[in-house]
Write a new protein. Structure first.
Length: 202
């Protein structure tokens, strides 16, 4: 994550513009993972690279728990054995509402109609309240969308048609600040929404 520099300048009414020394802020990385482990390791048995505050992957309770794939260092789930939601999800409960989340995702050609991306503002086993920022690749349409579910009712606050291909890596980044939600795909294709029903965790 890039360093952020800030500088305060003002007119003192005597000598003109006066600037204070620049202040550099290093964002704290709460969680990071390159999925370096033995091939086939279940995500619940895997230790992340960085887990500040004891954050770790939550154990999955369904038959489709994602596994580590090496070489390559990525997380995969089995589309053929996928049960109903929340199958194929790996979760980290951070107790942080405002943050920046970045993931690299790829959809292969056997997952037609599936979506891949980030789950956020979702708590524990509550799968009736959450947000998603996902890409969807299929033969008819390709899109990048923000999805909101409150009380089990799902809506799509923002969506953009984008050019996507199977078996290609894309970077999704979500920025959470109070009620403001912003999502980007490869640094562009910005989606935004206002969270009027925020849950307490990311």
């Amino acid at each position: 994550m890039a360093l952020q520099s800030f500088q305060i300048c003002y007119d003192d009414g005597v000598t003109g513009s006066v600037c204070q020394p620049a202040i550099t802020v290093t964002p704290e990385i709460l969680f990071s993972d390159t999925f370096t482990d033995t091939n086939g390791t279940l995500i619940s048995a895997h230790t992340p690279d960085v887990g500040s505050g004891g954050y770790t992957w939550l154990a999955q309770t369904n038959a489709d728990e994602p596994t580590i794939v090496t070489p390559g260092g990525y997380l995969a789930d089995s589309w053929d054995n996928r049960p109903s939601w929340p199958g194929g999800f790996a979760l980290v409960e951070s107790s942080v509402s405002d943050c920046v989340i970045t993931v690299d995702v790829r959809q292969n050609a056997t997952a037609i109609g599936d979506s891949h991306g980030i789950v956020f503002r979702q708590s524990g086993s509550d799968f009736n309240n959450y947000w998603l920022a996902v890409i969807k690749v299929n033969e008819a349409t390709n899109d990048f969308r923000l999805i909101k579910t409150v009380g089990g009712v799902t809506t799509t606050p923002d969506v953009a048609a984008v050019s996507l291909s199977y078996d290609t890596w894309y970077t999704i980044q979500v920025t959470l600040s109070g009620s403001s939600i912003t999502a980007t795909l490869d640094g562009g294709n910005t989606l935004s929404a206002t969270d009027t029903d925020p849950v307490s965790y990311t």
